[in-house]
Write a protein that binds this ligand. Structure first.
Ligand SMILES: Nc1ncnc2c1ncn2[C@@H]1O[C@H](COP(=O)(O)OP(=O)(O)OP(=O)(O)O)[C@@H](O)[C@H]1O
Ligand SMILES: [Mg+2]
Length: 263
C-alpha cells in the first residue's frame, strides 16, 4: 500500500478517550456528556460509552433503560450493534450502562485477558466514529483499568476544590503501570479544571498547582461552577440542549473547540 493510502486509513480512525479520576464527583460524567454533545453538534460522530455501573452518563443523555448495554456486550450476551442507542443529537450515540456492570469486575477477575474486554468491543468501532468517549467510575478497579487499556488518551477532570490534587499521584502511577504493560500508546491527553468558582482563592490555587504539575496538558478552558450543568441530567438532556446559552454550556463548547484543535 502507498504511504498516502496508509495515512488515509489512519486519518479515518477515531480517537478513544477515557475520562478518569478515582475521586468521586469531580465532573467525569458531566464532561464526557457535555463535551461529547458539543463535538457531535459540530458534525463529528461520537460514541459515548458509559462504563460506570452508576449509569449516570446513560441517564444524562436520556437512554432507554430497557435496551441492553455495555455489560451485556462485554459478557457476550448481545452483539454490540444491538446495544448502540441513538440520542437526540443525530451524530451522538451511546453504549449504556446498568447496575449489572458492577458485577463485571468480579466476574472478569479470573478470566484470561480480563483487562482487554472493553478494548475488544471498541477496537472494531474505531473506524466508524471520530471520537469514542469512555466514562469510568470513581475507582481504580478492573473496570477503570479496562477503560485505560482501551483508550488512546486519558482526560483527567480536576475539581477546583481543596484536596483536588490528593490521590492524583496514585492515578498517575496507575496510568504509568497501564502504559508499561497493557497499553503502550496510552497518553495523558489533558487535565480539565471543573466547577471553578473565581470568587475563591482556593480555585485559583488548584488551577495554579495543576499547571505547575501538568504544564501545557492543562486545557486553557476552565469549566465554571454552573447550576444548569447540575440540573441538565435530571431532564435527560445534555447542556447544549438544556441551556445552550448558560455559562456552563459556553465553557464546554469552548472546550470542545480546544479538544478538536489539540487531538
Ligand atoms: N461545572 C459544574 N457546575 C455545577 N455542578 C456540576 C458541574 N459539573 C458537574 N456538576 C454536578 O456535580 C455532580 C458530580 O458531577 P459528575 O457526576 O459529572 O462527577 P463524576 O466525577 O462523574 O462523579 P462520579 O465519580 O460519582 O462518577 C453532579 O451532580 C453534576 O451534575
Ligand atoms: Mg460519573
Amino acid at each position: 500500500m502507498t504511504t498516502a493510502g496508509c495515512s488515509a486509513i489512519l486519518a479515518a480512525m477515531g480517537t478513544i478517550i477515557v475520562f478518569a479520576n478515582q475521586k468521586g464527583g469531580v465532573g467525569k460524567t458531566t464532561t464526557a456528556a457535555s463535551l461529547g454533545a458539543f463535538i457531535a453538534q459540530k458534525g463529528k460522530k461520537v460514541l459515548l460509552v458509559d462504563f460506570d455501573p452508576q449509569g449516570n452518563l446513560s441517564s444524562t443523555v436520556g437512554a432507554d433503560p430497557a435496551k441492553p448495554g455495555i455489560y451485556e456486550v462485554i459478557t457476550g450476551k448481545v452483539a454490540v450493534e444491538a446495544a448502540i442507542q441513538n440520542t437526540s443529537e443525530p451524530t451522538l450515540q451511546l453504549l449504556a450502562s446498568n447496575i449489572h456492570l458492577s458485577g463485571a469486575a468480579v466476574e472478569l477477575i479470573s478470566v484470561p485477558e480480563r483487562e482487554f474486554y472493553l478494548k475488544k468491543v471498541l477496537e472494531p468501532l474505531k473506524s466508524r466514529y471520530d471520537f469514542i468517549f469512555i466514562d469510568s467510575p470513581p475507582s481504580l478497579d478492573l473496570i477503570t483499568i479496562n477503560g485505560l487499556t482501551a483508550a488512546d488518551k486519558v482526560f483527567i477532570p480536576l475539581q477546583c476544590e481543596y484536596f483536588a490534587m490528593e490521590g492524583l499521584s496514585q492515578l498517575v502511577k496507575t496510568i504509568q503501570a497501564v502504559q508499561k504493560s497493557l497499553n503502550k500508546s496510552l497518553e495523558i491527553g489533558g487535565i480539565i479544571l471543573t466547577m471553578y468558582d473565581s470568587r475563591t482563592n482556593l480555585a485559583q490555587d488548584v488551577a495554579k498547582e495543576a499547571v505547575k504539575y501538568f504544564k501545557d496538558k492543562v486545557f486553557r478552558t476552565i469549566i465554571p461552577r454552573n447550576v444548569h450543568l447540575g440540573e441538565a441530567p435530571s431532564h435527560g438532556l445534555t447542556i447544549n440542549k438544556y441551556r445552550p446559552t448558560s455559562p456552563g454550556a459556553k465553557a464546554y463548547e469552548k472546550l470542545a473547540e480546544e479538544v478538536l484543535h489539540r487531538v
